[in-house]
Ligand binder design. Structure first.
Ligand SMILES: Nc1ncnc2c1ncn2[C@@H]1O[C@H](COP(=O)(O)OP(=O)(O)OP(=O)(O)O)[C@@H](O)[C@H]1O
Length: 645
């Protein structure tokens, strides 16, 4: 039987069927260009919105910021801390650690700004790493088009076109013109406490000579298994590069690895720095190197020069003086950079495993080659973004779930052509079962919560581990037994109540105020039954519905977010508001059922779905979902919850 995921393959050109590697990479480069155009257009639009009061609404811009602190970071970069006046909390934003930004003078609409990367963030402070010192008094930070990343991807693809030796072999295997080879799996002893499908996956990956895929449906311990594969490789004497498309995913893997292996190194900006992980970052290890004492003195000198240069010199002579001070600081930063380079090299040389995002800093890693390269969350990586890692690999292991959300792509044209289809998805669809092992025991959901997803996406293979199979919300301390806390799943149909969707004023995103009111009521009932805010998540496919709900629910630690933002997470109770309700039966991007798969598989003990069946039932997938809830005796009408509209 074909899994549902393959039905999602868009009408894209069969990329591999283009014939030659040149044609393949030409097509990928064209998609990247389209994506660049879309990203730049979006940025221009956003920066034109300067005067609008809701400029921060989309979460891609922060305005009216003060630079409250600065330090010199690795490679002589500035690390600048920005806060709102009076240290007010920053509004909710998508400027995550590692994303490229433009830093500009908020009071000067003509300022083109300087590029930077978010290097740390807290509730009140956002830190940006830059190569230049920004001019201004109040600043603005905009999410930027990621040109550096695209340049690196294009460079890697150009290298792959003309690759020789092992790079060429692996490239041809990934493109489908050579078969992937596997040895007979050996019965190696496993270090972690794994279940049989996980152990089987480890042995399978260890026996792969070229590439192996680990398919990890929700909650099945994909990261746990990947960590064991890395452990086994290190025991065998292999060097390992462990990557993922996002900093959060890299940190998750790092967190597992540090308990298993002594020499694990994190390169780049960790999204969250736990105490236990701090000692594994390149910055920290370099900081602790004896040579760094000298570097520290030089940095102090730089800071003093800059402080002196910023004193506000007047007139031509003053400007000259300022220029001279900054030039001297620049020279010293050059010296710092070259000293750091040699320290960095020696730290990198001692690591067994190097962890980084798939956007690899080639200057830092130099010519390093790894016996094993693993990519976690590989289905969140576009095909162009994977080649930097592949070119450093003797063998490759990709882990992910192609039945969950694909990578974010802004250009509709590039998406339609195929940019949302990851290399892992392509390989699974092309090679079939011979190239992957699927993990099937999941440790998150009550078996009823898991069942529909298992049937639709995982060939009915998922099994709930005994520890979660029958767990109920009312089993948790302090929670009373009510309808909502006993039954693991509930669907609430709003049909007939005329809870219609609408466009958010001045926006493109959809919301449904009636559904929001119902969600508020359901949350109230859960809280009354003793459920705490941190046990609940409300998720919606549309950002406008998330904004509406955030204005209506004010319960500490209760999370409200989009489906896309919730991938990889879990909560005891999850309420989903489907939003769509219209006469035409239009369901927009709910038609990508992978999004719904993610939404339906976040809850551990209780899943509540609110939606209008009349609209949803236009789509066969949702018809089956509604049937499933009905057969499970979990289908209820909005009228049971009083008047909502
Ligand atoms: N063999 C096992 N025995 C017991 N618990 C396990 C086992 N494997 C994984 N788990 C638990 O299952 C949970 C999910 O594991 P992990 O984070 O590795 O999964 P994942 O598949 O990477 O998650 P996601 O669905 O977020 O991608 C963790 O709490 C982990 O401790």
């Amino acid at each position: 039987m074909q899994s549902r995921s393959s039905k999602h393959a868009s009408a894209s050109v069969a990329l591999e069927a283009l014939g030659s590697p040149d044609a393949y990479y030409d097509e990928l480069s064209r998609w990247l260009e389209l994506e660049g155009v879309a990203e730049r257009a979006r940025m221009v639009l956003r920066r034109q919105n300067r005067s609008r009061a809701d400029v921060e609404k989309r979460g891609e811009t922060l305005v009216d910021l003060e630079c409250v602190d600065h330090q010199t970071g690795l490679a002589g970069r500035w690390l600048l801390d920005f806060s709102k006046p009076n240290d007010a909390p920053l509004p909710s934003n998508r400027l995550k650690v590692g994303v490229p930004v433009v830093l500009s003078d908020d009071r000067d609409p003509k300022d083109q700004g300087i590029p930077g990367v978010v290097s740390r963030r807290q509730a009140n402070v956002i830190q940006v790493a830059t190569d230049a010192w920004p001019e201004g008094y109040r600043f603005r930070i905009d999410l930027s088009a990621d040109e550096t990343t695209r340049r690196r991807q294009v460079a890697a693809m150009n290298q792959a076109r003309t690759a020789r030796g092992r790079n060429r072999q692996l490239r041809d295997i990934l493109l489908g013109s050579r078969p992937a080879r596997f040895d007979e799996p050996e019965n190696i002893p496993i270090w972690s406490d794994l279940n049989p499908p996980q152990e089987d996956a480890v042995r399978f990956a260890m026996a792969a000579r070229d590439v192996a895929i680990l398919h990890g449906p929700p909650g099945t311990g994909k990261t746990t298994t990947l960590a064991e594969i890395i452990y086994q490789a290190v025991q065998r004497g292999d060097t390992v590069l462990a990557c993922a498309p996002s900093n959060t995913a890299v940190d998750n893997l790092l967190e597992r690895l540090v308990g298993m292996l002594p020499n694990v190194l994190r390169v780049g900006h960790p999204a969250r720095v736990f105490e236990a992980l701090r000692g594994h970052t390149l910055d920290e290890l370099v900081e602790n190197d004896p040579t760094t004492g000298v570097i520290r003195d030089l940095r102090r000198e730089v800071q003093e020069l800059v402080r002196a240069g910023n004193k506000g010199y007047r007139g031509k002579q003053g400007r000259n003086r300022k220029g001279a001070l900054f030039a001297e600081a620049g020279q010293l930063r050059g010296q710092i950079r070259s000293l750091e380079k040699s320290v960095i090299r020696s730290v990198l040389d001692t690591a067994d495993v190097i962890c980084t995002t798939t956007t690899i800093d080639d200057d830092l890693l130099g010519e390093r080659w790894f016996d094993l390269v693993v990519v976690d969350e590989a289905c969140q990586a576009t095909v162009p973004s994977i080649w930097q890692a592949v070119l450093r690999a003797e063998r490759l292991v990709l882990a992910g779930d192609h039945c969950q959300l694909p990578p974010t792509v802004l250009s509709d044209e590039a998406a339609a052509a195929g940019l949302r289809e990851s290399l892992m998805q392509r390989l699974v669809e092309r090679e079939g079962a011979s190239i992957f092992r699927r993990l099937t025991v999941q440790y998150r959901m009550h078996e009823q919560i898991m069942q529909f997803s298992s049937e639709q996406f995982y060939e009915n293979e998922l099994i709930a581990d005994a520890s979660v199979k029958q767990h109920q919300l009312c089993d948790l301390p302090g929670i009373q037994e009510t309808d909502l806390t006993i039954d693991p799943i509930t669907y609430i149909d709003t049909s007939g109540a005329e809870l219609r969707e609408e466009l958010e004023p001045e926006g493109e995103s959809k919301r449904n105020p009636g559904e929001a009111t119902l969600i508020v009521e359901l949350v109230r009932r859960l809280i009354d039954a003793g459920v705490t805010g941190d046990q609940i998540a409300v998720i919606a496919p549309y950002a406008a519905q998330v904004r509406l709900l955030r204005n209506q629910i004010d319960i500490p630690d209760l999370e409200i977010g989009t489906v896309d933002g919730f991938q990889g997470r879990e909560k005891e109770v999850v309420l989903i508001t489907m939003v769509r309700s219209n006469e035409q039966g239009e369901i927009g991007f709910l038609a990508d059922t992978r999004r719904t798969n993610v939404a339906l598989t976040r809850a551990r003990r209780k899943l509540i779905v609110v939606g209008e069946s009349a609209t949803l039932a236009h789509n066969p997938f949702y018809r089956q979902m509604l049937d499933f809830f009905e057969q499970a005796n979990a289908y209820r009408s909005v009228w049971e919850f009083g008047t909502i509209s």
